[in-house]
Ligand binder design. Structure first.
Ligand code: FAD
Length: 479
């Protein structure tokens, strides 16, 4: 029997129909996003419920696992690493800021108009989920999700900059809370208003990703998911039949982030290195910052971008960043000149900020965003005919390449995974990610970027080999 939110009081459950933002699935069915905060699944599986193997335990895999479990599926999650805070290793999903952002994100590197269009819808699904969590005191504490003002600053009046004006107008109409366009937003922070002449703000979810992913992982387990710690190698489609049989599953979700370079055989996947300083935000060394402050990257294409990203975390820590560097995989030392330059940029931007008082246990959060030329991909495996003379279509659903927006897009892409799993189980013909007619706004937003974005072939073979090695251990050890 399906329960309703009214059964639960503060625990609650969310059922967001895909049509809340307009429907975009590639199959006619439009399933609901079932997200329930109780320890048992919203819809209990029966002995003949489909069993799904999810590979990857970051936010993309875990949000998919969560909605599939609450929809009555059985789930096994297989990953090289799961979120925990015991041994100091963190998944990329734990390293993230994480500020919810309306796409494209401030860190840049957006290159595909259809993917951008889809990402906007996914972001709004996630927005409503996080907003609900933040508004429910018990959930806000347990999952460390809060809504705060996020202010975006600009060096030109937004009304005179077509790119930023389009994005601002979309945000204004998107259904986010607390939107305000006001050049005087610089004043309370003492930000140089001769340089930053315009600003707008919105209420945005901010997530303590360490707490949230650990909690989501525990919830997914309590709802009945089996966990297997294992690293897979080789293309999934070549081992699909073996995996389905070995784990007694009916379909597979690939949510391995950077691991998809190998598992999906997708050479468009690349790492986008980033770091943020974790500054003590306790009102002792500077006025406590309780608002996110950001300036978007302006440079685009497959090059390093710099941006201002100052995001308060619930635990008395301020994240200050940032940069994104394509195809760089080595780890930076804590006082690397790049990190110190980032600190100085942020201090120049926010008068009074002192980044020298860093969290001694975890001073710098750094990791590799799982980026992709062509942006995020959520689609069924297209190989046909299948290797080994297997009949029918693949039952693998790939979902990776979320770059700097994994949390922002999470629940929206989870809903897409569920739609595609249904399509795979129904034996439908797999199609490329839905190329729905993008809005003129997204088309124009991407037009400039496309001129600059190189193809995968421009990445050297050596870099690709470094990446392959790195993927064998896709976790960064905390500095
Ligand atoms: C510095 C920084 C700041 C960021 N800030 C934000 C932000 O403010 N907002 C936001 O939304 N996003 C942010 N991000 C981006 C966000 O972290 C990513 O988009 C997100 O973590 C991607 O999630 P994922 O589940 O795809 O990948 P991951 O978290 O990398 O998870 C991948 C999973 O797959 C497993 N895996 C990989 N390969 C294999 C294999 N071969 N076999 C088995 N398992 C495998 C891994 O063990 C892991 O469990 C930031 C990222 C960084 C680095």
């Amino acid at each position: 029997m399906q329960r309703t939110a009214s059964n639960y009081g503060y625990l609650g459950s969310l059922m967001i129909p895909e049509s809340l933002p307009p429907s975009f699935g590639i199959v006619s069915e439009s399933p609901e996003l079932h997200i329930d905060f109780n320890r048992d699944p919203l819809i209990a599986p029966t002995h003949d419920s489909p069993h799904i193997l999810i590979i990857g335990a970051g936010i993309v895999g875990m949000s998919a696992a969560w909605t599939l479990l609450d929809s009555g599926y059985k789930v096994t999650v297989l990953a090289s690493h799961f979120a925990d805070r015991v041994n100091g290793d963190r998944l990329t999903s734990q390293i993230a800021g994480a500020l919810w952002e309306y796409p494209p994100a401030v860190c840049g590197h957006t290159s595909d108009v259809e993917a951008l269009e889809i990402a906007k819808r996914w972001a709004m699904v996630s927005y409503h989920v996080f907003k609900y969590m933040a508004a429910t005191p018990y959930l806000s504490d347990e999952y460390a999700v809060v809504m705060r003002d996020a202010i975006f600053f600009f060096e030109k009046p937004v009304n005179e900059d077509a790119k930023h004006l389009r994005k601002m107008r979309e945000i204004e109409r998107s259904g986010v809370s607390g939107f305000l366009h006001d050049k005087n937003l610089t004043h309370p922070f003492g930000i140089d208003n001769s340089k930053y002449v315009d600003a707008y703000k919105l209420r945005s979810p901010m997530i303590d990703t360490d707490v949230a992913l650990t909690k989501i992982t525990k919830l997914v387990k309590s709802k009945g998911a089996q966990f297997i710690t294992l690293t897979l190698t080789g293309k999934l489609v070549d081992q699909e039949a073996d995996l389905l049989q070995k784990y007694s599953t009916d379909a597979i979700v690939n949510a391995t982030g950077l691991g998809s370079w190998e598992l999906a055989g997708d050479e468009n996947v690349y790492p986008l290195r980033g770091a943020m300083i974790r500054v003590v935000n306790n009102n002792q060394h500077f006025k406590k910052v309780t608002t996110a402050l950001a300036v978007s990257a302006e440079a685009e294409g497959n090059i390093e971008t710099k941006f201002i990203f100052i995001v308060p975390r619930g635990d008395g820590i301020l994240y200050t960043g940032g940069f994104s560097e394509p195809d760089k995989t080595d780890k930076l030392v804590e006082d690397d000149p790049k990190i110190e330059e980032m600190a100085k940029d942020d201090e120049r931007f926010l008068p009074g900020l002192d980044t020298s008082h860093r969290d001694p246990a975890y001073p710098v959060a750094q990791g590799l965003r799982p980026a992709r030329h062509g942006d995020v991909l959520c689609q069924r495996e297209l190989t046909y005919p299948l290797p080994g003379g297997r009949k029918g279509y693949s039952r693998i659903v790939h979902c990776y390449g979320h770059a700097g927006s994994g949390w922002s897009l999470s629940f929206g892409s989870a809903l897409e995974v569920k739609t595609l799993i249904n399509s795979a189980l129904a034996g439908e013909v797999p199609e490329p990610m839905h190329k729905q007619a993008p809005s003129a706004i997204s088309r124009e937003q991407v037009a400039d970027l496309k001129m600059l974005a190189p193809t995968r072939g421009e990445v050297g073979r050596a870099q690709v080999q470094v990446l392959a090695l790195l993927l064998l251990n896709s976790v960064y050890r905390v500095m």
